[in-house]
Design a protein around this ligand. Structure first.
Ligand code: SAM
Length: 281
């Protein structure tokens, strides 16, 4: 068993390095020994596969990934964790730790340089303060990755994995479904982390599509989705008129040309209907 998920081992490593948790960096480390092996297994890490991990922390998930994958590149923003990772990952020669903010990195270049000839997947226990920006960056950068397996807050997982056209659907649901097929894999209780967050979590997997399921210009599609959900309680004609700065008449004409009822609400529309509106813009 990976000793790193043992709470005694973690405490002793952290105290030896004088490490204190940073709340603002979303540092909640996994202490439940069953979670990381399951996540690593379900991420698709294996022979011939390169893995990008975001936020390795003290390396509990990284350890599992290194045991399965051809190579792991772990991106950690907190430089205080570098000496810790050197110690905890010392037995592996297929790991590279990069001290950087994932939001600032050119991940396409990183993949081209680090994972030549390999399939690539992402696997991470994400810092919750930037879950959506990270996920959107991973998808919008159109990285050549097969799947993205991440731990996120339970509510975020439910929103992301909701069906487009259902009550629980939000802008992020539509955005994720434009690029990937999403699946909620399993739930993880708050007590599985140190320090324990206030909310439960869940692991989701996004299987990245080779192309969007609908044909349209990305920028227009996302402008429509953003405007439609900016006032989700309003009917679509009002939210689009406000969000796209168009007159009521122009908006009604747009919706008629797209064949979308003016009194529908954003959460009721299908991916196809968002694309039809974008294509008529
Ligand atoms: N993987 C570890 C685990 O499961 O125990 C730690 C996960 S913890 C929820 C999130 C990690 O992301 C922390 O180590 C934190 O320092 C790191 N982090 C926060 N913001 C980051 C960023 N913008 N870029 C890279 N790493 C970041």
């Amino acid at each position: 068993m990976n000793k790193l998920s043992d709470i005694g081992t973690i405490k002793s490593i952290l105290s030896r390095h004088g490490f204190t948790f940073s709340k603002s960096l979303g540092q909640n480390f996994l202490i439940n020994p069953t979670v990381c092996p399951r996540m690593a297994e379900l991420s698709g890490a294996g022979q011939g596969v390169g893995v990008i991990e975001i936020g390795p922390g003290i390396g509990v998930l990284t350890n599992e990934l290194c045991g399965l994958a051809e190579k792991v590149v772990a991106i950690e923003l907190d430089k205080r964790l570098l000496p810790v990772l050197e110690e905890t990952l010392g037995e592996y020669d297929n790991i590279k730790v990069i001290n950087a903010d994932v939001m600032e990195l050119d991940l396409n270049s990183l993949i081209a340089e680090e994972f030549k000839g390999m399939e690539v997947v992402v696997c991470a226990n994400l810092p919750y303060y930037i879950t959506s920006p990270i996920l959107m960056k991973l998808l919008e950068d159109k990285l050549p990755v097969r799947a993205i397996t991440v731990m996120v807050q339970k509510e975020a997982a439910q929103r992301i994995c909701a069906k487009v056209g259902s009550r629980a659907c939000g802008a992020v649901t539509v955005a994720v479904n434009y690029y990937a097929e999403s699946q909620l894999l399993f739930h993880v209780s708050a007590g599985s982390f140190m320090p324990a967050p206030k909310v439960d979590s869940a692991v989701i997997r996004l299987d990245v599509l080779s192309q969007p399921p609908v044909e349209c210009d990305d920028k227009r599609f996302f402008a429509v989705v953003k405007a439609a959900f900016s006032q989700r309680r309003k009917v679509i004609s009002n939210s689009l008129s406000a969000g796209l700065s168009m007159s009521k008449e122009q908006t009604l004409d747009l919706l008629e040309r797209a064949g979308v009822p003016a009194n529908a609400r954003a959460e009721q529309l299908s991916l196809r209907q968002f694309a039809d509106i974008a294509n008529q813009l």
